[in-house]
Structures are given as structure tokens and as C-alpha cells.
Design a protein around this ligand. Structure first.
Ligand SMILES: [Zn+2]
Length: 129
């Protein structure tokens, strides 16, 4: 089992990465409703809920979402599925639906690698902001 702190750190840096990656001029659009907000107001929304450790840190499964879609609408799943299919094709959604049944146990070492990789990318993106 990975340490909860590592999981939390990976969640945080991935969220930063996802929001920065899809942002433009400090704003980012919600993947499921299209409304644009400041990066800091946005969240990292998971299509397959983040309790699933196989897809928790997958960039195929993570896109920016507003608080309303992510929290109040519980991920806005139907709309999420629609947007994923529209943007990436049905094969993308089918892949995630299949992959979610695979069991993944992260080690602290693997999470450290992921965290470092994302940190480097975030730093580069922050420089060009
Ligand atoms: Zn939204």
C-alpha cells in the first residue's frame, strides 16, 4: 500500500498539471459544461471516480472540471462520457471502462516517480504562463 501522503501529493500535482495543461491565459474551461474559470477555481475531474487506483492518475481519465460539475453533480458522468466520446472517440471511453476493472497497487517508489515527472512538467508550463 502506498502511503496516504504520497497519494495526496500525487493527486495535488496531477490536478495542477491537468488544469495548467488545458488552460489559456490563466483560464480553463470545464470539460463537461464548458464554462471557463480561473485555474485556481477549477478542479481535476475524474471520469472513472478517483477511488479507482488504476485510473486515478491517468491523464486519459482526468480533465478540468468546475466545482459544480465535479462536486455537486458528482462528476457529471453522463455529460463526461458524451464529451469524451465526442473529443476522443468511443474507443477512448471503452478503454477506460475496461481498464477500470484491472487492479493496480501503487508503491511509494512509483508514486515518487510520477510526482517528479509531473513536477518537472508543471514547472515548465508555469514558466510559459
Ligand atoms: Zn462544469
Amino acid at each position: 500500500m502506498p502511503s496516504p501522503n504520497k497519494v495526496k501529493e500525487a493527486d495535488n500535482i496531477l490536478s495542477r498539471f491537468i488544469r495548467l495543461f488545458y488552460s489559456k491565459d490563466g483560464y480553463v474551461s470545464c470539460f463537461t459544461c464548458g464554462k471557463a474559470y480561473r485555474i485556481s477555481e477549477m478542479q481535476n475531474g475524474h471520469f472513472i471516480p478517483r477511488g479507482n487506483m488504476t485510473l486515478r492518475f491517468s491523464i486519459m481519465n482526468c480533465f478540468p472540471q468546475c466545482k459544480e460539475c465535479n462536486e455537486y453533480k458528482d462528476g457529471n458522468e453522463a455529460k463526461y462520457r458524451e464529451a469524451l466520446t465526442e473529443k476522443f472517440g468511443i474507443a477512448h471511453v471503452e478503454y477506460l471502462d475496461k481498464k477500470k476493472n484491472v487492479i493496480k497497487h501503487w508503491t511509494d517508489f512509483e508514486l515518487d516517480e510520477l510526482i517528479q515527472k509531473l513536477k518537472t512538467k508543471v514547472k515548465t508550463m508555469e514558466k510559459t504562463q
